[in-house]
Design a protein around this ligand. Structure first.
Ligand code: MN
Length: 240
C-alpha cells in the first residue's frame, strides 16, 4: 500500500523527462466532482477513466474504452491514483518514459454517485459514498460529460485490480460506438494528431464549473479563421 496517495504515481515517473504534472494533492475545491477519460496511445491503445475523490484522481485503464451499450462489459484495470492536475493533461509522453505515447482528453465533465440520489452539490457526501464504494468494490455513478452521459457502474471482480465498466439502463443507452467520436474535447485533435499538435495545458480546475456567476456578455465576437504557417494549440481555438 502506498504511504501517501501519489507515491506510486511519483515512483513510476521522472518529472525532468516527462511533461506530466508533478504529484500534488488538489487544494480543497468547491462544486461538483470531476471525471475525465484520457485516450492514451501507449504500447497498447487504451482509455484512462479517472474519478476525482479526496484531491486525487482514482484511475482505471480501459483497453476498449467506455461503451453506452448495456450489453458491453468493459475490462477496467485499476491503476495508481493520479494527481488532480492530470485531468487536463494532453500531449506526448517521451520515448522510454513510463506510458510513452500520445494522450488526449477524450471526455470530461462532472460526476456524482447516483445510488441514493445525486450529490453534484454536496462533494463531502459524494466523496464519502465513493470511498465506501471503493471498499465494497461497486460504484454507481452519474456522468455529465460531453460524450459520456447517464448512469454507469464500476464493479470489482474476484481479482483485486480487475474491474468492469458497465452502462446502466437509461435514456443515454446507445448501440453506436462512442469511441468512433475520437477527438480531444479540448483541442479537437485525435490521439494520432497529438504528434504534430503542440500541447497547450489549461488548469484542470477549468474543466468543471467553478467560481461566481457572471451575466452573459451583451456582445459576442465570433471566432475568425486565420491562415498560419505552423500548427498550434490554444484552448480559445478549435483545431482542424
Ligand atoms: Mn494510460
Amino acid at each position: 500500500m502506498a504511504k501517501t496517495p501519489l507515491d506510486e504515481y511519483s515512483k513510476k515517473r521522472a518529472f525532468d523527462a516527462t511533461p506530466e504534472p508533478a504529484p500534488a494533492l488538489a487544494p480543497g475545491a468547491s462544486g461538483p466532482l470531476l471525471f475525465v477519460v484520457q485516450q492514451h496511445s501507449a504500447r497498447r491503445m487504451h482509455y484512462d477513466f479517472r474519478l476525482e475523490c479526496d484531491g486525487v484522481l482514482l484511475s482505471w485503464a480501459v483497453p476498449k474504452g467506455p461503451s453506452l451499450d448495456r450489453n458491453d462489459k468493459r475490462l477496467a484495470m485499476q491503476t495508481e491514483d493520479h494527481p488532480y492536475d492530470y485531468a487536463s493533461f494532453e500531449g506526448v509522453i517521451p520515448p522510454k518514459q513510463y506510458g510513452a505515447g500520445e494522450v488526449i482528453v477524450w471526455d470530461c465533465g462532472v460526476y456524482s454517485p447516483d445510488e441514493e440520489g445525486l450529490w453534484f452539490h454536496d462533494r463531502d457526501t459524494a466523496q464519502a459514498q465513493i470511498r465506501e464504494g471503493l471498499v465494497k468494490g461497486k460504484l454507481s455513478i452519474q456522468l455529465r460529460g460531453v460524450k459520456l452521459k447517464g448512469s454507469f457502474a464500476l464493479v470489482r471482480t474476484k481479482e483485486a485490480q480487475v474491474w468492469l465498466l458497465l452502462k446502466h439502463k437509461d435514456r443515454f443507452v446507445s448501440a453506436a460506438d462512442i469511441t468512433a467520436n475520437d477527438r480531444s474535447i479540448l483541442c479537437g485533435a485525435s490521439v494520432a494528431e497529438m504528434k504534430s499538435v503542440p500541447a497547450h495545458r489549461i488548469p484542470a480546475k477549468q474543466l468543471v464549473p467553478e467560481g461566481k456567476h457572471v451575466p452573459m456578455p451583451a456582445k459576442l465576437e465570433p471566432m475568425h479563421a486565420e491562415i498560419g504557417d505552423a500548427p498550434f494549440a490554444d484552448p480559445a481555438w478549435s483545431w482542424e
